[in-house]
Design a protein around this ligand. Structure first.
Ligand SMILES: C[S@@+](CC[C@H](N)C(=O)[O-])C[C@H]1O[C@@H](n2cnc3c(N)ncnc32)[C@H](O)[C@@H]1O
Length: 218
């Protein structure tokens, strides 16, 4: 069994790891990695072990997939998966979602995924929820005019909370359901890790877009 320290070391040494000192400038993510300016830029926030990001990168070879999490030991798994499968369009960064706005230019991201974020059920921890208004404001800033947010949770109260906060911020809700059925939503919304499959439960799902032209009007 590999310990956390070794996992962090492996993360730092991986070719798939984004080290803070070598991050592209905001607005230059695609060009820095040799992608055309029209390539979709997909961001997964709170990616954990990165299985979803790797799956996404395999499904969308045309896209640049960036997956972030606070924990390098978890990211090491995603890096290893990507290296083993020789996938070159996914990168993992040890980043707190609080600083996303400093990393990306307004409108730079096309698709943003939030998969099963920590629910933080206690009221006093509310500000840590990745759908708290302070995060929603950032997503609004970062998503392109045609950008989409995809959100999944197995926690009913977090689903309701996310929906309310997005509505408060005037987001356009394209789909919201507490029980996503096969055939509904994009195919990616049905990808589950082994852990999730064992846990079971329904997928609470939201697909939303920021109010139009937020960043253009600023
Ligand atoms: C419940 S796990 C889900 C992981 C993964 N999305 C999945 O579906 O398996 C939530 C993840 O979000 C990360 N996380 C929580 N708050 C974060 C923040 N502010 N910035 C970055 N990552 C965060 C945690 O470290 C954890 O790995």
């Amino acid at each position: 069994m590999i310990g956390k320290i070794e996992k962090r070391r492996r993360f730092r040494e991986s070719t798939r790891a984004l080290m803070m000192e070598h991050l592209p400038w905001p607005g230059a993510w695609r060009t820095s990695w040799g992608f055309p300016p029209t390539a979709p830029l997909i961001l997964e926030v709170g990616c954990g072990k990165g299985e979803f990001a790797v799956y996404l990168a395999q499904r969308r070879p045309d896209a640049l997939v960036i997956a972030i999490d606070r924990r390098a030991d978890r990211l090491a798994t995603g890096c290893a998966l990507a290296e083993k499968a020789l996938i070159s369009n996914v990168f993992f960064g040890q980043v707190d979602a609080l600083i996303l706005e400093t990393l990306f230019a307004p409108g730079e991201i096309d698709i943003l995924w939030l998969n099963y974020p920590d629910p933080y059920p206690k009221r006093r921890h509310e500000k840590h929820r990745l759908v708290h208004p302070r995060f929603i404001r950032q997503y609004q800033q970062l998503l392109s005019v045609k950008g989409r947010l995809y959100f999944r949770t197995d926690a009913p109260f977090l689903y309701t909370y996310a929906l309310e906060r997005l509505r408060d911020a005037q987001w356009i809700i394209y789909k919201a359901t507490p029980d996503l059925q096969l055939g509904e939503g994009p195919a990616e919304a049905h990808f589950e890790t082994e852990f999730r499959r064992r846990k079971g439960g329904t997928i609470h799902y939201i697909e939303a877009a920021p109010p139009q032209t937020t960043f253009l009007s600023e």
